[in-house]
Design a protein around this ligand. Structure first.
Ligand SMILES: Nc1nc2c(ncn2[C@@H]2O[C@H](COP(=O)(O)OP(=O)(O)OP(=O)(O)O)[C@@H](O)[C@H]2O)c(=O)[nH]1
Ligand SMILES: [Mg+2]
Length: 404
């Protein structure tokens, strides 16, 4: 499957940059491309300059609202992020149209951190724009949810998340949810944390995108999971996970035939990798809420057998009881068994519902607060109303006085 990736804001830009790196790696390691283009959209020049792997010309690093913000961001106000993306949306469309391999693109992936201003606002607006322009291609979102401490220290974050999630849900074909809090590594600086988190966020896409693009017969599985399967699986709220189990690289002489004990171990390793993938889903969720799902097994061909595939199917079906499950095998890696899992069309997510509740609370608290401030202002105005003024009242006030 080939994606055209667009990162909005700092978080989105950095993760998109990680996809640019992923594409380079798949080219070098496997001779295949999985990303047709990577664009970053931002109101902040410094954020755009900080990216490393994607192209650096203005058609790939797109500054929106430059006149209004002077290239300094929108200070967490996602309504402004949305407005600027709307005004400069043509720049993004132009860059997409200029993509040489646009016709090969299976889907768009738009990425942003929900708690910021630029990305949170731009993501749903660009999603809607792309949905209208490219009706035949699905538009997916990858939305990063904030760390817990951000919600506590920056009140506005919750409102940004709530409005971003709702708006995205109304327009996107599917939304990958990624919870920063799940990836937090203690005792590492935030900068290193982000680099590590972004690597872990993108990693599950590696095999998933490659599997259907292989042309070398040696690496084509008996059941190929291609773009069609992935598109059929992705809908609404979605999570993704990846797990790996090491297997010994060297076979001892006489081990060519699979000993029954070894076969049992392989099956266990496969289930172990699947458990890990489920345990490390990008957002904690209840698997029974999924209506669709898929898994991909990547392993050396000699390690793949029907028992293992059957075992993995059963293992996923046992937890995602309500889901239609698609699957594939990808004969590849030496030395490890890798499993990628996607749970999609989630009918419920505690975390998402909590954000909506918290956003509604935030709205009512700020309304009350604003009402209080207006009342206090009126109190002061009332107190000075009989004192003569040395300046003429502003036009609006004058016409109001004259009208009376
Ligand atoms: N995983 C991950 N999260 C990030 C990264 N950078 C920022 N975030 C998260 O994204 C949210 C902030 O969004 P940003 O992308 O910085 O904001 P922005 O879209 O640039 O918007 P403004 O700066 O407000 O104009 C916070 O929840 C951060 O924790 C990153 O590189 N990786
Ligand atoms: Mg920013």
């Amino acid at each position: 499957m080939k994606l055209l990736v667009i990162g909005c804001g700092q978080c989105g830009g950095r993760i998109a940059d990680e996809f640019a790196l992923l594409n380079r790696v798949t080219h070098v390691q496997r001779g295949i491309g999985v990303v047709t283009n990577v664009l970053a959209v931002n109101t902040d020049v410094a954020d755009l300059s900080g990216l490393s792997h994607m192209e650096s010309d203005y058609q790939h690093r797109i500054l929106v609202g430059g006149q209004k913000t002077s290239g300094h961001g929108v200070g967490k106000i996602n309504e402004i992020g949305a407005e600027l993306a709307r005004e400069d949306g043509d720049k993004v469309i132009e860059s997409i149209s200029a993509t040489q391999r646009l016709f090969e693109t299976d889907a768009f992936l738009i990425i942003a951190g929900a708690a910021g201003g630029t990305g949170s606002g731009a993501l749903p607006v660009l999603t809607q724009l792309l949905k209208e322009r490219y009706r035949e291609k699905p538009v997916y979102n990858l939305i990063v949810l904030p760390f817990r401490y951000e919600e506590m220290t920056e009140e506005r974050s919750v409102y940004n998340v709530g409005t971003c999630l709702k708006s995205a849900y109304l327009v996107a074909d599917a939304i990958f949810l990624v919870d920063n809090q799940r990836y937090i590594r203690k005792n590492i600086s935030i900068r290193n944390n982000f680099a590590k988190i972004n690597y872990l966020v993108v990693k599950p896409f590696y095999n998933l995108l490659c599997a259907g693009e292989e042309t070398n017969l040696k690496y084509i599985g008996s059941r190929v999971l291609d773009a069609g399967d992935i598109i059929q699986t992705l809908a609404g709220w979605t999570v993704i996970g990846y797990g790996e189990a090491r297997i010994p690289r060297i076979r001892l002489p006489g081990e060519d035939k699979l000993h029954f004990r070894k076969k049992i171990t392989e099956t266990q390793k496969g289930v172990q990798a699947m458990d890990k993938a489920i345990g490390e889903l990008s957002l904690k969720c209840n698997a029974t809420d999924a209506r669709r799902g898929l898994y991909l097994l990547t392993a050396p061909p000699e390690e793949m057998n029907m028992d293992l595939i059957k075992e993995l199917s059963t293992s996923l079906k046992n937890i995602a009881t309500e889901a239609i499950i698609r699957s594939g095998d990808y004969p590849r890696e030496k030395g490890s068994l890798e499993v990628t899992v996607v749970l999609s069309d989630l009918v419920n997510s505690r975390k998402v519902t909590e954000y909506f509740t918290k956003t509604i609370n935030y709205i009512s608290i700020t309304k009350r607060r604003r009402g209080g401030i207006e009342y206090e202002h009126r109190g002061i105005e009332e107190a000075f109303k009989d004192i003569p003024s040395l300046v003429s009242p502003p036009n609006s006030v004058r016409s109001f006085i004259e009208d009376r």
